[in-house]
Design a protein around this ligand. Structure first.
Ligand SMILES: N[C@@H](CCC(=O)N[C@@H](CS)C(=O)NCC(=O)O)C(=O)O
Length: 269
């Protein structure tokens, strides 16, 4: 199914729009470093924001991972984006790509992984928490059906909020970023999902983040800092073009690897 032209999720708007469209336009020239990307993809946004933060020269190549063109499959047999081509060698997995960019381009832009070994290790703990706990809970809530099962919906909502709250409690008190005044890798690892929290207002009757609670107040400060970060806002497209994609998740009809894994109770593919 996933290699076929008629994959049910393949009917995507074909390119980035809004602020992201401008950045894509600036990164069309041939470069040894190529980002095979889907404009809508939160995993791509992780790698994309790191490239932008560090001002690494790269070529942006839009592919539809539900059509899986040969150019993508040759580099990444799983046919997922982001996929990176570095001097003709392929790399994939968004968190691996992020760390690779940090290691391979030490003279570009700010260091995003902390120098201190303990803080580096904490970054990896919370990166893992994001991928193995927050994202699956995000999808269990988003894909939850049937919508008239109020108790089930509430349970899925609470599970997701509890995970976000656990993450918020680990943040540096003053912030605004996770480790303090300056952003670091963990912020770019989680930002794409925080930037997409509006989907719950749109499809699931709201997220219901409590007011008058210290951890949630801290979370709101964090969310604002991420929203205002140029690398993050400039890699987002217009909301209207995300809607048909998220509608399929909210109806639990999406056939992406992630949607299928969520239905089977598995983690991120
Ligand atoms: N573990 C991968 C997940 C990447 C991923 O699932 N990307 C989606 C787009 S957002 C994709 O390529 N889906 C194609 C498919 O489901 O067949 C990563 O972190 O890079």
């Amino acid at each position: 199914m996933s290699n076929k032209q008629d994959h049910p999720d393949s009917n995507l708007f074909p390119h980035a729009t809004g602020l992201a469209h401008k950045i894509v336009g600036e990164h069309q020239a041939e470069q040894p470093l190529k980002l095979y990307s889907g404009w809508f993809c939160p995993f791509v946004q992780r790698a994309w924001t790191v490239l932008e933060e560090k001002k690494i020269p790269y070529q942006y190549i839009e592919v539809n991972p539900y059509h899986k063109p040969d150019s993508l499959l040759k580099l990444n047999p799983r046919g997922l984006v982001p996929t990176l081509q570095y001097d003709n060698k392929p790399l994939y997995e968004s968190t691996v790509i992020c760390e690779f960019l940090e290691d391979a381009y030490p003279d570009h832009g700010p260091r995003l992984l902390p120098k201190d070994p303990f803080d580096r290790a904490r970054t990896r703990i919370w990166t893992d928490f994001c991928t193995s706990r927050i994202i699956p809970a995000f999808h269990r809530f988003l894909q939850f059906q049937p919508m008239d099962d109020k108790a089930g919906l509430e349970e899925a909502r609470k599970e997701f909020l509890d995970k976000l709250n656990e993450f918020a409690k680990e943040m540096d008190e003053a912030g605004p970023f996770f480790l303090g005044e300056e952003p670091s890798l963990i912020d770019f690892v989680i930002a794409p999902w925080i930037m997409r929290l509006w989907v719950f207002d749109h499809y699931k009757g709201g997220l219901g983040i409590p007011k008058d609670d210290a951890a949630w107040d801290r979370f709101r400060t964090y969310q604002k800092a991420l929203e205002e970060r140029p690398s993050i806002k400039n890699t987002l497209s217009e909301k209207e073009h995300y809607l048909p994609i998220y509608q399929r998740y909210a109806d639990n009809t999406a056939q992406s690897e992630l949607a299928k894994a969520t239905r089977k109770g598995r983690g991120v593919p």
